[in-house]
Write a protein that binds this ligand. Structure first.
Ligand code: ADP
Ligand code: MG
Length: 238
């Protein structure tokens, strides 16, 4: 069981502050979407949660544990990137199981986890293929499979659908929603796409210039945008 808690989280790159004091609470099992224009700090915030960027100041808790100084692999998180970064010479099976192999997970356990992830993602028939023999959506599913086998408490997604064409994005959106229901895990999802945010999120965090403009359900944001930026971004006729 793990939610998240951020308290006055800040990030500087050199002299420039790009995350300017973010406070946020995420319940276990929530689907949270960080949305905002390019450069507003979505990826940086996600990478800090993942431990891929150091937090300049503030507290970062995952499931009641302060993780500021915890290594990425020990945080109970798994990240899915926009570029799938699959190994071209390996089959889907080996791509999905690679992290487990590195971690020394016994073959039989690995096999069970890979097959379970393939079942959830409906890609059992693709396990023997190489990435070059897959469509964009299938590759993205493999990347998600790699996260699933690690059984994280929290999934972190950085614009996972932005390389896909529009029709496929809609399909994958529905798959992600189903995955969330099936796994019951906490999901933090970054996108610059308002529609994606509105359809996937239990809770939306609107960011601009490294500052949280509003946190609320899609309906809250639509009906009661906190300011003109949120209203404009979400598309409400305030
Ligand atoms: P988003 O994901 O919302 O598009 P980012 O989190 O990638 O935004 O970037 C937020 C700001 O931080 C941007 O102004 C970006 O140029 C800057 N930034 C991101 N990473 C670095 C870095 N490694 N060094 C310096 N500046 C960075
Ligand atoms: Mg980004």
């Amino acid at each position: 069981m793990a939610g998240l808690k951020l308290q006055d989280v800040r990030k500087n790159f050199g002299a420039v502050e790009v995350i300017k004091g973010v406070d946020l609470e995420v319940e276990h099992g929530e689907f949270v979407v960080f949305v905002g224009p390019s450069g507003c700090g979505k990826s940086t915030l996600l990478r800090m949660i993942a431990g891929l960027e150091e937090t300049t100041s503030g507290r970062l808790e995952i499931g009641d544990r302060l993780v500021n100084d915890v290594e990425p692999r020990d945080r109970g998180v798994a990240m899915v990137f926009q570029s799938y970064a699959l190994y071209p010479h390996m089959t889907v099976y080996d791509n999905v199981g690679f992290g487990l192999k590195l971690a020394g997970t016994p073959k039989a356990v690995r096999d069970a986890k890979i097959r379970a992830a393939a079942r959830v993602l409906q890609m059992e028939h693709l396990l023997d293929r190489k990435p070059a023999q897959l469509s964009g959506g299938q590759r993205q599913r493999v990347a998600i499979g790699r996260a699933i086998v690690r059984e994280p408490d929290v999934f972190l997604f950085d614009e996972p659908l932005s390389n896909l064409d529009a029709a496929l994005r809609v399909d994958m959106r529905m798959e992600l929603a189903r995955l969330h229901t099936d796994l019951g895990a906490t999901m933090v999802y970054v996108t610059h796409d308002q529609v994606e945010a509105m359809t996937l999120a239990d809770k939306i965090v609107v960011l601009e210039g490294g500052i949280v403009q509003q946190v609320g359900s899609p309906l809250d944001l639509y009906n009661r945008p906190a300011n003109l930026f949120v209203a404009g971004f979400i598309g409400s006729p305030k």
